[in-house]
Design a protein. Structure first.
Length: 168
């Protein structure tokens, strides 16, 4: 649990985070990317976890767009980092609030939002699987319930549509 103070009210966020030997904050809550806060350089760094290379750039891009939209990262400073497949952005200086605490708070918002999106996608996949594997009576027919006909559907026997066949 990390306690931060932004302006007047105090906010608490719960993150799976640890401090490195270099005094950086490593946030490991996301399934696809790891996030590092570099307080000495006023930077946020995001890089993919080892097993999730294919979706990582899209998540990193959403992450930095989210931070830039919230004003925590300068949009013009977002660039590739010196670690392979990483992106980084600068946290602007602030006089009224602690910029690093604000960054931690906004990062926790992003992680919560991503968790909601993932939960919704998993729910949709489960419902879709249930729909196909266990259809209702309205969505299915028993074998032989639909009678056969000589011509049925949009495909007429003997007629083949070839669009460029008669072109000169």
């Amino acid at each position: 649990m990390i306690n931060i103070r932004i302006g007047g009210p105090q906010a608490r966020v719960k993150l799976n985070a640890r401090k490195t030997l270099e005094n950086n904050l490593l946030i490991l809550d996301h399934d696809i990317i790891d996030i590092v806060l570099l307080p000495e350089a006023n930077k946020v760094l995001a890089f993919p976890k080892n097993q999730s290379i294919e979706d990582a750039y899209a998540v990193q891009n959403r992450f930095f767009e989210f931070l830039a939209d919230k004003g925590v990262v300068e949009r013009s400073s977002i660039q590739g980092g010196n670690i392979f497949n990483s992106l980084e952005g600068l946290i602007p200086e602030a006089t009224t609030v602690n910029p690093l605490q604000a960054a931690v708070y906004v990062i926790s918002e992003f992680i919560a939002e991503e968790a909601d999106v993932k939960r919704t996608a998993e729910e949709y996949e489960k419902n879709l699987e249930d729909y196909f594997l266990s259809p209702t009576d309205r969505d299915s027919t028993e074998l032989g319930e639909v009678p056969q006909e000589a011509e049925k559907g949009a495909m007429q026997p003997g007629y083949y549509y070839i669009p460029l066949r008669y072109r000169m």
